[in-house]
Design a protein around this ligand. Sequence first.
Ligand code: FAD
Length: 417
Amino acid sequence: MRYSGFTLISQALKGHTGWRPVWRDVSPKSAYDVVIIGGGGHGLATAFYLAENHGIRNVAVLEKGYVGGGNVGRNTTIIRSNYLLDGNTQFYKFSMKLWEGLSQALNFNVMFSQRGMLITAHSADQFDAFSQRTNIMRLNGIDAQVLDGDEVRRLVPYLDFSETARFPVCGAISLGQAGTARHDAVAWGYARAADAHGVDIIQGCEVTGFVRDGERIVGVETTRGRIGAGKVGLAVAGHTSMLGRKAGLELPIESHILQAFVTEPIKPLVHQVVAYGRDHFYVSQSDKGGLVFGGGLDGYNSYAQRGNLGTVREVAEAAIALMPCISRLRILRHWGGVMDMTPDASPIICPTPIDGLYINGGWCYGGFKATPASGWCFAHTLATGAPHPLTAAYSLDRFRTGRTIDEAGTGPFAWLQ
Ligand code: FAD
């Protein structure tokens, strides 16, 4: 759907009453070939690629709240491909490639900005570990470089380079392709494009249980009635273990809160994404001028979309240690989202032991950047019944066999995975 400049002006004068919704508001049908639970980035992307890549259009996305109300609209929008281990490296590289063409593929501007990212190093050991990681990334065709302290200072002079710095910066990894995208535009763009293929996006529809025929799952119970399904895909992020349990699956996932913050707007200062390699803090600057930042997880399990004050203080302390110049900025907003944490910090995309049920979850802190590749590969799995080659390692089985992809255990900035 396109609007002319004239339409924009006339809408402004008419009080914006004549806009058409960008996706249909439909009532659920009695059955679909595929039902996807969760209208976040991953669920919507899966629906789009099911239709676009596999011609499967009799699909519903069931969302208990509204599109964009979950983590897809709560994250800090950082996109990067900086993984070390086989299984992760190629998957995130593919995701980056999809991001680069996403606005064109969806015909919707997701404001993807490859402004680059720096992850700072604060000791000789860390610098060595960063060099090793960078070499591996380069061997895998990922745009990464190691910078020394002077080079970092030239790029980001506002960090604390004084003699009294708590943890002096001695270098950084620079990720040339990394950046940000407008998160809610990603949800809206996928929803609009999936809808254009005939996918039903049904908001305000909570899945409360599963319908079985013998051992096979053949549908879902929802707050809007029973809906039959040839296949059911779970894409509910922080609620994966809860829904898994309703289906009879005990999953190795814990839910924790991750918080984020935005400050009052300031003039352009932070031109890249900057992550503190010594503590829990990373920051970028939004197009409106606010500094968008976050840190580490709240330590306890929770399904509440709000965090605790102790973590706020820790993030603020880390922020001031790296960037003392922002100490007097005011925070405008602060929020939390529910993370689905796996033991090895790598995701799960696979058929489950329950016939008819497929899972996409365990994205931990980093699922936004995975959205396009996750949708692409999960759509393949739902369409063919088999894992996509890029996600073959993301099986549930790995927690039984011990073949985990323990990216979290690979180094001194594991929290960035
Ligand atoms: P969601 O948007 O949460 O979608 C899941 C949906 O399922 C929700 O809308 C929910 O309402 C719905 N649902 C749940 N239960 C049911 C049910 N029973 N029935 C129907 N619907 C249901 N990742 C990055 O890559 N970069 C970042 O910079 C980054 N920063 C983050 C910062 C914060 C503060 C947070 C919270 C997360 C961050 N993430 C980041 C992680 C990323 O946002 C998530 O991993 C990713 O969005 C999860 O996938 P999703 O978009 O499908 O999830």
